[in-house]
Ligand binder design. Structure first.
Ligand code: C2E
Ligand code: CA
Ligand code: CA
Length: 573
């Protein structure tokens, strides 16, 4: 065993290499045999004709037998030809061996780091477990996942990403003082297998801590300083971790993977040993994923609506759609639970599209002055067809684009700037409005804000709800309100929970607000009921009810009162 993945390759390939070199040697032997036989023949014929040649040259005898002389000359030709053929064969064999070795190296190692790839690592770990068991020793497997590598790749490009992976590979090798197998088993995932002695040794803890420390140091790639951290999961082949002992590479990788996810959930940049409850956690997570997939198919995800108010006039201007999951076993589930999972399992687009379709259908029945805001996931921003899909939904629901507002979270801007710019442009071309959500939490620069044609910024509720209690929050809200004014961008404050906060916010112009002061988000039927009671449903008798616009004489719409319809508990996610 060695600390290099590539060196291990020779060990793995030893068996096949022997077979090949045997066949090479056979060819060598045949060629050499022919040359040897020719030399023997040369000696024999030479001995036979040699004296006759000498005598003939001295003029004391007849010349050599012509037949033997021809055989002798032919023999010389065979030796020259045989020898050159022998050299040629040797060279061909050498080249073929080199090519085969290179092909094997390519097939078994990761070209970027030189470490073993996933497939050969599996084989090598199985081998190591077998050999270690024979020596009465155990194997520990460490799974390393870089925490924010994707961000580095997206922000700085793949060349920088590749160089960073190579730097991490160097640091990983540098932290392993003892023989180890190292593999890059995925994009930003590395795995290490080490021989150890049964228990969770402190030595392994020290190595894991050193790996976390080394990878967490910032790295200079070209002139760019990049930062990543690592989460590491550890599992041992014979450690009593409460799980049924199955000692093979696949079982160890599975356990180390669970421990690695645990380390990530605990805040990343750390390491964790596998423990049995992690397997239960993982099973629960798999069940949740399954339930979400089924829930989408069964239409269990429904839109709830939160009022949006013009704070200066006190008028209801529209609703923000907030997703809820009516899960049969769990009750009403909040989006913070299911949106991240839906994103991870690749179901966010279909979930979001079905929610938006339902919301457009609902909002079509409202007074034409009321707008609809919907949130979209950063993943949907990357879909080049998103604007077209949205347009299709609008057409199917016969909903006017100018009443729809898309909310994009600030934190995803810097990762997808070019894509966001294109998307905003095509949404705006269709007449859809675009807001920047959770402003103040995502480090977007003023230049970025100016270069993207948003229609509105929404101040994150963490600053708003704290407004009257914290000078800092008040200063941030003020700064954002002034920024909005300077850039001529209307502002919405979210998370208004008290009348003190409301009266503080009323000092600003062009400001909308939303929050529990006006009531919790409510299901479509309750919104429709309230709107109907107040004569605020669309007028189907008008020829083009869906596209009717507010007439200047329309009276302002007063907001619903908090708790007027339902006790808050039923609204909670
Ligand atoms: P968000 O866009 O910031 O939505 C506002 C969240 O704040 C909502 O939580 C809302 O219920 C809550 N909220 C509103 N007023 C108050 C208040 O006065 N006090 C407090 N403490 N909270 C208030 P919710 O519904 O749990 O949604 C959480 C997040 O989930 C949303 O944050 C949004 O980012 C995301 N989300 C919701 N629906 C969707 C969706 O359909 N698609 C996507 N991609 N994300 C969604
Ligand atoms: Ca929002
Ligand atoms: Ca928000």
């Amino acid at each position: 065993m060695t600390t290099s993945g590539t060196a291990q390759f020779g060990e793995n390939g030893a068996e096949t290499e022997n077979v090949e070199s045997d066949s090479g040697r056979q060819v060598d032997v045949v060629a050499l045999g022919i040359v040897t036989a020719a030399i023997l023949l040369f000696v024999t014929t030479g001995a036979a004709i040699g004296p006759a040649v000498l005598k003939s040259l001295a003029g004391t005898g007849p010349g050599p037998d012509r037949f033997l002389l021809n055989a002798f000359l032919l023999n010389i030709a065979i030796i020259i030809f045989g020898w050159s053929r022998y050299r040629q064969l040797c060279e061909e064999i050498r080249q073929r061996k080199r090519a085969e070795q290179q092909a094997r190296r390519l097939a078994e190692t990761d070209p970027l780091t030189g470490f073993l790839n996933r497939r050969s690592f599996h084989r090598a770990v199985d081998d190591l477990i077998r050999r270690s068991a024979a020596r009465d020793r155990d194997v520990v497997l460490a799974m390393i996942d870089l925490d924010n590598f994707k961000q580095v790749n997206d922000c700085n490009g793949h060349t920088v990403g590749d160089r960073l992976l190579q730097e991490c590979a160097r640091r990983i090798s540098g932290c392993l003082p003892i023989p180890a197998l190292i593999s890059r088993i995925g994009g930003d995932e590395f795995a290490i297998a080490l021989e150890c002695d049964g228990s969770r040794s402190e030595r392994i803890d020290r190595i894991a801590a050193a790996l976390v420390e080394a990878i967490g140091q910032s790295a200079m790639v070209d002139t760019i300083s990049v930062e990543v951290t690592a989460s590491i999961g550890l599992a041992g082949s014979n450690i009593d971790d409460g799980e049924e002992a199955r000692s093979n590479a696949a079982a160890l990788l599975e356990k180390a993977d669970m421990a690695m996810y645990h380390a990530k959930r605990q805040g990343r940049n750390s390491f964790a040993w596998f423990e049995a409850p992690m397997a239960a956690e993982m099973r629960a997570r798999t069940a949740l994923e399954q339930a979400i997939r089924q829930g989408i198919a069964r239409g269990e995800f429904v839109p709830f609506y939160e009022q949006q108010i013009d704070l200066r006039t006190g008028e209801l201007t529209g609703f923000e759609m907030l997703a809820r999951w009516n899960a049969p076993q769990l009750g009403l589930v909040a989006p913070d639970i299911f949106i991240p999972v839906a994103e991870e399992i690749g179901a966010i687009a279909s979930l979001s599209e079905s929610l938006i379709a339902q919301a457009l259908e609902d909002a079509r029945g409202w007074d034409a002055r009321l707008t609809l805001s919907v949130n979209i996931s950063p993943l949907q921003l990357r879909d080049p067809w998103f604007a077209q899909k949205l347009l299709k939904l609008l057409l199917e629901a016969n909903f006017p684009p100018h009443r729809l507002e898309i909310e994009i979270t600030e934190s995803c801007l810097h990762r997808n700037l070019a894509q966001v710019r294109t998307l905003i442009a095509s949404l705006k071309n269709q007449g859809i409005k675009v807001s920047l959500d959770d402003f103040g939490t995502g480090y977007s620069s003023l230049a970025m804000l100016r270069s993207l044609p948003f229609d509105r910024i929404k101040i994150d509720r963490s600053f708003v709800s704290d407004l009257t209690g914290s000078k800092d929050s008040a200063a941030i809200v003020h700064a954002i309100a002034m920024l909005g004014k300077g850039l001529d961008l209307p502002v919405t404050a979210e998370g208004i929970e008290s009348s003190e906060v409301l009266s503080h916010l009323r000092q600003y112009e062009q400001i909308k607000g939303q929050g529990y002061l006006y009531g919790q988000p409510r299901p479509a039927a309750e919104i429709a009921e309230w709107l109907s009671e107040h004569g605020l449903l669309a007028h189907p008798q008008l020829p083009n009810a869906d596209f009717q616009s507010a007439s200047p004489e329309s009276p302002p719409i007063a907001p619903m009162q908090a708790g007027a319809l339902l006790p808050a508990a039923r609204m909670q996610g």
